[in-house]
Write a protein that binds this ligand. Structure first.
Ligand code: C5P
Length: 291
């Protein structure tokens, strides 16, 4: 049987404004997600019993410790499907990176299996399964920029931003990851960052809907930079360097450690790769991705 192949993209948060800790332990937030066309690859084949997951990256678990496995389990259970499935995951997106790689893999698994088995589950059910798998999973059930609220699972899709037309992302992973629970726990040491005022997301969105990126550049904000940049000042140095080299905006994505810059033209982003590596070393992972 031929496999169903699906790309699994990642994201950056153009803004992540945390609005306080909720009684359930999660944090209320408003965030602006933007898709990034840097993709893992998933292949799904029906047959046999149970879930057989294989992965190109030996450091990732292939059992219930992998979000793909958990997504497949919840899909088969919700669809009352007895048949098994084989899944192959080819990783390209760095791990523990704030790029939502694992969340995207989980969403792509829900969408892929729903296609493979003839769409047994409606969109609302997929959204419910996605939210149970993680706060960022729902965003990846669709492919537009989005405003997310709640704990990140309530998604309002947005039209592509005119201010980002023709721009490129320059992404840097420094070679160490930051765990999401660590970032949220340590946010408690920064009460102003933990208890942001709502409205910043709408303001950024309004500015990105204009034709020019320059006025929006001051509005990029991430509450989780408070604990992350305090522990890893190298991330601050990256941002200063990128701004000095013409970046229109820089920010850490999600809970980090990936830091990104937006350049108004791909050539400006390409031109910073070598100077960046000369300054910070060849061990950093970098990628230039058109918006
Ligand atoms: O939902 P997800 O599995 O990505 O969350 C991982 C951890 O990040 C949670 O267990 C929680 O500690 C923290 N988190 C949070 N508030 C959010 C999202 C995540 O506190 N809105």
């Amino acid at each position: 049987m031929t496999a169903l192949e699906k790309k699994s993209p990642c994201k950056v948060n153009l803004l992540l404004n945390i609005l306080g800790r909720r009684p359930d332990g999660f944090h209320a937030l408003e965030t602006v997600f933007h898709p990034v066309n840097l993709c893992d690859q998933l292949a799904f084949t029906r047959g046999s019993v149970g879930i057989q997951l294989t992965c190109s990256d030996p450091s990732l678990p292939t059992d219930t410790g992998n979000l793909v496995h958990r997504a497949a389990t919840s899909f088969l259970r919700a669809g009352n499907i007895r048949e098994g499935v084989r899944i192959r995951l080819e990783k390209k997106i760095p791990l523990a990176a704030g790029l939502g790689g694992g969340s995207g893999n989980a969403a792509t698994t829900l969408l892929g299996l729903n296609e493979l088995f003839g769409q047994p589950l409606p969109a609302a059910k997929l959204a419910e399964l996605a939210a149970a798998l993680g706060s960022d999973v729902n965003f990846f059930l669709q492919d537009q920029p989005a405003l997310a609220t709640g704990r990140g699972e309530l998604i309002a899709a947005l039209a592509p931003f005119p201010a980002l037309r023709g721009a490129s992302f320059f992404l840097i992973h420094p070679g160490f990851g930051i765990s999401t629970p660590w970032a949220y726990q340590n946010l408690a040491r920064f009460p102003a960052a933990q208890n942001g005022t709502p409205g910043r997301a709408r303001k950024l969105i309004q500015q990105l809907q204009a034709a020019d990126l320059a006025p929006a550049s001051q509005e990029f904000y991430n509450s989780l930079e408070a604990p992350a940049l305090d522990k890893y000042p190298i991330l601050k140095m990256y941002q200063a360097f990128l701004r000095a080299h013409g970046a229109a905006a820089t920010l850490m994505s999600g809970s980090g450690s990936t830091t990104f810059a937006l350049f108004q033209q791909p050539s400006l982003a390409e031109a910073v790769v070598e100077p960046f590596k000369a300054k910070f070393g060849e061990n950093c992972w970098t990628a230039v991705v058109p918006v």
